[in-house]
Design a protein around this ligand. Structure first.
Ligand code: GLA
Length: 706
């Protein structure tokens, strides 16, 4: 077929019609197609509706306003009030090695547009960008420029988006897609807790294991705008890009705006298909290859700001004793930092707490066989700090408007080179002078009054943050970095490309975590999901959970401990050590295998697991998050196993395995377990007991040689 460019992965095809002079349109994106016939373009031609323009513009991959496209446009802007309507012409289309590059030009508006679309042949994930260049002699005011737009077929009518709040990240919400655009705009200057820049669209009623679905994510840590709407022709139009404040971007002559990346995938088997594609893609292209991720001990919920030598020594000893491999010193270590009102900006050890600096503590940590990690929040400054007293002008401001504080802090203006140079030098020195293997990079507030020299600056601030991280990573490639922002406020692929782990949530409440981790895991694989065993009584929710539930929940991420180990009884210490050993035994499986979810009939349950690449081993969790709706024990059907293999299925011994509200059927799954064929486990399932609410069962399946 002429004029169509195609990208093929293992399971999908993306087809672009370049036969018109204008912006190409996507003819098809879905399950993989074979050879194409000439008639396909004709077969997919749009009829001209009554009461419309005679030749209505077809929804393209960069829909332009002004000449008759009435949906959400990809581009909004003007040149001194003119050129608000564009008409890009396709100059060149290059297609090679899984990548299409389109060069377009609008000679009247004097703009050039480059669109790139790449498909990763192994995972089928698309990476898309756009770039706009001002070829005129006067500035072009850019109000919006989509990074990528999609037109999906007329059966896509339902969306899944993620709302949230501090300690309640990744709260799923379903929305019907209608003619009224669903617009999700984040203007907080960080990825945010409440508007994760991603969206799933699918056939009505799509679920974990069924339905055609499309997943989208803008890999960006700043302001975002995502929309989905049904067009008059019935197609579903979706767009993702940065959100700009008025006047934020004015392209000077010759200047170019390059969008962040959009990542997109499709699956005809529901959300698990997307989850699998995104996880494999992140492993191949977003994160660095790393040796086994060490078990963390983090000091925050153990001592908060009270850093005392004796307490720290005890914690070092106890952390090593239970099996921690990295000791992360959280907030409270630097000059004047006794609470959250002071010190941010003054990144040298507090002489009152560390009279000889951090050296002795680091030596102790290393002598105990652990690596050392340190908490920093470089982008921030407390007004009560030496840095602010010396450079009040370094804080972002829109003087003479007030400077609103959050957690008593202001944001440094990273668009100023002297500020990022200072931050780079400070961090560089810290890393040069100490054996620091890990930075927990925090960012604890929204940008408000996100301006610099009177002009909106969220875009420039975000890019400067990336540049600072890139510079530091180049200088210290061996140092791992965690992206934290009051918990999971900076979870996105833009941040993850420059870091190694995401702090998922400040809530270590295992019940909340079950829900949060489920949403998070759609886009991120388990090994980047920071998951800690907190204290029995959660400081965020006041709920108490038994150790077994906290451990079973944290096991499915990158495990850490964040509790006062000094307060544990002997028995609990031994139990914790046993659970950490259990985690280490399964770490490779958990961090390299494929994540699956299990179907549950009972809304009071969340069930999921990880299966090894060769399908020989799997670990599943059945978390009872609420009382069951029914008396009977619902069947558990496993997923991802080899139907022909025979598995030994065992219940892993947690703290209180036999405690249950139904007659326990569990005994036969303990000890040597039960031998069952994969097809029976997948199709017939198992009748396990109903555990107490807020407990979990862990099921291990290992294939036997026949
Ligand atoms: C943020 C982080 C926490 C902790 C505190 C320290 O809230 O999300 O994990 O590091 O800051 O002040």
């Amino acid at each position: 077929m002429r004029e169509a460019l195609r990208l093929d992965g293992a399971s999908s095809t993306y087809l672009l019609d370049t036969s018109s002079f204008g912006v190409p349109r996507c003819l098809y994106w879905g399950p993989r197609l074979g050879d194409l016939d000439e008639g396909l373009t004709l077969a997919l031609a749009e009829p001209v509706p009554q009461a419309s323009l005679d030749a209505p513009p077809l929804p393209s991959i960069f829909p332009e306003a002004g000449l008759g496209f009435f949906g959400q446009p990809a581009l909004r802007g003007h040149r001194d009030r003119r050129n608000f309507a564009t008409r890009f012409l396709l100059e060149r289309a290059l297609a090679a090695a899984g990548r299409i590059e389109l060069h377009l030009e609008d000679p009247i508006a004097e703009l050039a547009l480059t669109i790139t679309i790449a498909m990763d042949a192994e995972t089928d994930v698309l990476t898309l960008t756009s770039a706009l260049e001002n070829r005129g002699k006067t500035p072009f005011s850019l109000d919006h420029c989509a990074a990528a737009c999609f037109t999906l077929n007329g059966l896509i009518r339902e969306a899944l988006v993620f709302d949230g709040a501090w300690s309640r990240e990744f709260s799923p919400r379903r929305a019907q897609l209608t003619r009224d655009a669903l617009v999700r705009e984040n203007r907080r200057g960080r990825t945010s807790h409440d508007r994760f820049p991603g969206l799933i669209a699918g056939e009505r009623g799509f679920g974990d294991h069924h339905g055609a679905v499309y997943g989208f994510h803008l890999g960006y840590s700043g302001d975002s705008r995502i929309w989905a709407e049904i067009l008059p022709n019935g197609a579903c139009s979706i767009g993702l890009g940065e959100s700009f404040a008025p006047g934020e971007i004015a392209l000077s002559p010759g200047e170019r705006y390059a969008s962040p990346e959009v990542y997109a995938a499709t699956s005809s088997e529901g959300l698990d298909g997307l989850r699998d594609r995104f996880h494999r893609f992140v492993r191949r292209h977003i994160t660095r290859k790393r040796p086994p991720r060490p078990v963390h001990f983090n000091t925050w919920e153990a001592i908060y700001f009270r850093h005392e030598a004796k307490a720290l020594s005890d914690l070092v000893a106890r952390a090593a004793e239970v099996g921690a491999e990295r000791f992360v010193l959280d907030d409270g270590w630097f000059r004047g930092r006794n609470d959250d009102s002071k010190g941010l900006g003054d990144w040298s050890p507090d002489p009152a707490k560390y009279p000889e600096g951090l050296g002795p503590l680091i030596a102790e940590v290393r002598a105990a066989g652990m690596k050392f990690g340190l908490w920093v929040e470089p982008e921030m400054v407390n007004p009560d700090s030496d840095l602010y007293r010396a450079h009040p002008d370094w804080a972002q401001n829109l003087d003479p408007l007030p400077r609103p504080t959050a957690r008593n802090q202001l944001v440094l203006d990273l668009t100023r080179a002297e500020v990022t140079d200072y931050l780079f030098a400070t961090l560089d020195n810290l890393l040069r002078d100490h054996a620091i293997a890990y930075l927990k990079w925090d960012m604890n507030r929204d940008l408000a009054a996100a301006g610099s020299a009177g002009i909106a600056a969220s875009h420039r601030q975000t890019r400067a943050f990336y540049a600072l991280l890139d510079r530091l990573r180049t200088a210290h490639p061996e140092v791992e970095i965690e992206s934290c922002s009051s918990g999971g406020g900076r979870a996105d692929y833009g941040a993850l490309r420059r870091t190694d782990r995401i702090w998922t949530s400040d809530s270590n409440d295992a019940l909340e975590r079950q829900r949060i981790q489920r949403g998070f895991s759609l886009f991120f694989p388990p090994e980047v999901m920071g998951a800690h065993i907190g204290p029995a009584l959660c400081h965020v929710t006041g709920r108490a959970h038994r150790l077994s539930f906290r451990a079973a929940t944290a096991l499915f991420g990158h495990l850490g401990l964040e509790l006062d180990l000094r307060a544990l009884s002997r028995e609990d210490t031994a139990e914790l050590a046993r659970l950490i050993a259990l985690y280490k035994r399964f770490r490779a499986l958990l961090h390299e295998g494929s994540s699956v979810t299990l179907p549950v009939a009972d809304p009071g349950r969340i069930a999921y697991g990880v299966v090894s690449a060769d399908l020989r081993e799997a670990l599943f969790a059945i978390a009872q998050i609420d009382l069951p709706a029914l008396d009977g024990s619902p069947l558990v059907r496993l997923r991802g196993l080899d139907p022909r293999a025979r598995y030994r299925v065992r219940l892993l011994d947690l703290e209180a395995p036999a405690r249950a509200i139904a007659v326990p059927h569990l005994a036969r799954f303990q000890g040597d377990g039960v031998l069952l064929r994969g097809d029976a486990l997948l199709r017939a399932g198992m009748n396990l007991t109903i555990p107490w609410p807020e407990t979990a069962l862990l099921i291990h399946a290992a294939a036997e040689n026949e």
